[in-house]
Design a binder for this molecule. Sequence first.
Ligand SMILES: Nc1ncnc2c1ncn2[C@@H]1O[C@H](COP(=O)(O)OP(=O)(O)OP(=O)(O)O)[C@@H](O)[C@H]1O
Length: 560
Amino acid sequence: FYGTYGQSTSPPVPKVMATWEAISLGKQSVPEYFNFAHDMLDLWSQLEKAGHRPPNPAFWWVNGTGAEVKWTFEELGKQSRKAANVLEGVCGLQPGDRMMLVLPRLPEWWLIIVACMRTGVVMIPGISQLTEKDLKYRLQASRAKSIVTNDSLAPHVDAISADCPSLQTKLLVSDSKCPGWMNFRELLQEASSQHSCVRTKNQDPMAIYFTSGTTGAPKMAEHSQSSYGLGFMASGRRWVALTESSVFWNTTDTGWVKAAWTLFSAWSNGACVFVHELPRVDAKTILNTLCRFPITTLCCVPTIFRLLVQEDLRRYKFQSLRHCLTGGEALNPDVRDKWKSQTGLELYEGYGQSETVLICANIRGSTIKSGSMGKACPPYDVQIVDDEGNVLPPGEEGNIAVRIRPTRPFCFFNCYLDSPEKTAASERGDFYITGDRAHVDKDGYYWFIGRNDDVINSSSYRIGPVEVESALAEHPAVVESAVVSSPDPIRGEVVKAFIVLSPAYSSHDPETLTKELQEHVKRVTAPYKYPRKVAFVSELPKTVSGKIQRSILRNQEWGR
Ligand SMILES: Nc1ncnc2c1ncn2[C@@H]1O[C@H](COP(=O)(O)OP(=O)(O)OP(=O)(O)O)[C@@H](O)[C@H]1O
């Protein structure tokens, strides 16, 4: 399956972009120097000027109460050059310096990301729900010289900045002033729009991503200029199905890696990045936005699709939506079926990590096997391997792994920063080990079983939580669930399900409902997987990016 995307129905890229696409697919080598802002964005700006791109904005921001920002590629270029002068001038940042960027979904986030590329400053996006403790951990670990944030987070940064000796400049994105902070909006207005982009080598660092911390303390995955910059072009055409006329909305928070995936997929393909400020993520706002704006392409994590399918979707008439994607967590087949039957739109799942670009996906036009996360995506060579790094045959459960020897893919993290032992621990033989378990079938489709630590071993049966959660999701009483191991004197460990009930079932007798759900799971999947223990809860613990934290529930069960 290596090196093939199967049958792609995506239109070809414009001729001048063809080399970048060939590189993105691993068919040509990456040039020594690469800078996304200079080599991609400025090229799209030229194509736009020459009339070779439809009148589709490059960036379109709305806040739901009437405010809008729209930039062409030319405007984005101009504004980001001004922002680059702010970073280099008053902030005194040099190539290689690190800047933390913790902003809600404000247009400045996208500007500053591009400005970082223009100046060679290494960006470290963070989620705006970060607490003081989280901020301190990240600022200390990364030794960031500068931070950009807004009014609500500034006091938290002030509270911990004395403990962060590397931090020199603080930039505020706000219409008001704050002592000790430079005002980015004011500085931007005054800044010159003349700036020449620094020359960056393709392996120079471009970004540091803290992983979500679903399983432990967040690690710092460092990415190069070419990694994300070139690694999303091909998947952007084939999985996200983007063209120059697409309007792509991903509801993700800016701090999560998905926001960068969206930016690079869209802008390397000349598409528009659509953003709703979404101070609160709620189903009705998302559905109404799809009706009001000509959004062609939507990506949300499965948690959000689980919310959306609780609504009566037939009441909404989406203006232009034609392609929907999900990833970040396993998609329950039932959610996909409900979305499809009510909207007529397929849900294309993808799989990847902060450390990588897209590893597996159901690409547009391919046959989807329900419950599978699709096939391997080039240029990665994806295999299922045992704990020593030996490739396993189809059908056998093992580690999802990406080949890194003899050649490490260009679109791959450089290392876990300051942690050679963690980098080494993630490798086995010729492979990078993702930490996730799956099997591949004879047609090359990957079937996710669970994170290594989430797999349950009950009476020597290995049970992946996702299968049980997906079976539960097929019952109308279940909004969502988390399945973990729980101690048992005879079996060692058994399956326990924490279930959030839909309102219509919340007053049902818990004992009767438990039995009904257990019987239901026995009917729809192999009976040994049924949850012997069930607890009804009002919500599940989740990371700020919306992923279920099974480890918290597991530790609770085991009294850790
Ligand atoms: N389509 C998918 N199906 C199932 N799981 C997915 C899918 N896409 C992503 N994931 C999960 O998300 C993980 C990647 O998420 P991310 O890089 O944000 O870090 P994390 O693993 O959640 O955090 P940490 O490494 O700190 O525990 C994958 O390793 C996988 O477990």
